[in-house]
Design a protein around this ligand. Structure first.
Ligand code: GUN
Length: 286
């Protein structure tokens, strides 16, 4: 039976440190502020944004959700983001993805000030991350690295196999694992003999977006399994990994829900605080 990597527990321990950081900022009369832009009615996005709002409230971070109509144009959305860029009480801006089809997603991501880009999606921040420089790290990959660190799993020299090459998870996670000296393979929908590759993994990260995609025959005995997926199966949420099967062969595994998800949210809080600190430093230098 595998060790369960309890994201909820780890997130609640990290929360204590984050609360201390917020208290320190408040002593300097700084209240970190996060704006979340939600376009349209995507049910999953609504749920995720709700979790972000709740986490801010619990920690005393000022949060605003800007709810916009599904039919908004790119120009109209750019105006909204420009206003948020200019506000001194908003330190972090997150545009919830995916956006409706008519919108120019890349242009919108690039319109967020890199200093307020708590998602780490702006090309400047993506570039800094790929160079191994200090920057905003996308929340899910940062959460996974925190989970590994907290669980005393050293990635140096290990073979980490990521299934999924998204800009949100796969690519930034590959950069972070490389920076910590893992050997990294990124698989995707064109990968030939996927199971043969995943069976080589000491650490296997599933970020595919397909329920129970990773089965026992794809996993090496004793591997560490990180499941990023959240898929609806009737009323139940399941990960990208067939937990019941894979738990039998893995040495450690994240559950869904209660694995990576709670850490993603905590990392958004951490990035927002980071943004508030950066601003404070800039103001001092003026
Ligand atoms: N949609 C799914 N994950 C994310 C995320 O980390 N950030 C944003 N902005 N949208 C998402």
């Amino acid at each position: 039976m595998a060790r369960i990597l309890d994201g909820k527990q780890i997130a609640s321990e990290l929360k204590e440190n984050i609360a201390l950081e917020i208290a320190k900022l408040k002593e300097q009369s700084i209240v970190p502020g996060l704006a979340v832009v939600l376009v349209g009615e995507d049910p999953a996005s609504k749920v995720y944004v709700g979790h972000k709002e709740k986490a801010c409230q619990a920690l005393g971070i000022h949060s605003e959700v800007i709810r916009l109509a599904e039919t908004i144009t790119t120009q109209e959305l750019l105006v909204q983001i420009k206003q948020l860029n200019q506000r001194s009480d908003i330190h972090g801006i997150l545009v919830q993805l995916p956006l409706p089809q008519q919108l120019d997603e890349q242009r919108i991501i690039e319109s967020v000030s890199p200093d307020k880009d708590v998602d780490g999606f702006h090309p400047i921040n993506v570039g800094l991350l790929s160079l191994g420089r200090k920057t905003f790290v996308p929340c899910t990959p940062r959460g996974i690295m925190e989970m590994l660190k907290f669980s005393a799993i050293d990635v140096a020299g290990k073979h980490a196999v990521i299934i999924g090459r998204s800009n949100i998870v796969g690519k930034p996670l590959a950069a972070l694992l490389l920076a910590q000296n893992a050997t990294v393979t990124v698989c995707h929908s064109h990968t030939v003999n996927l199971a043969q590759v995943t069976k080589e993994a000491d650490i296997l990260i599933a970020a595919v977006g397909k329920g129970r995609f990773v089965t026992e025959n794809m996993v090496k005995q004793g591997a560490i399994i990180i499941d990023v997926g959240i898929n609806r199966e009737g009323k139940k949420l399941v990960g990208d990994v067939d937990f019941d099967e894979v738990e039998q062969v893995a040495s450690a595994i994240t559950p869904v829900p209660g694995g990576v998800g709670p850490l993603t949210i905590m990392m958004l809080m951490a990035n927002t605080i980071e943004a508030a600190k950066r601003r404070a430093l800039c103001n001092k230098a003026k």
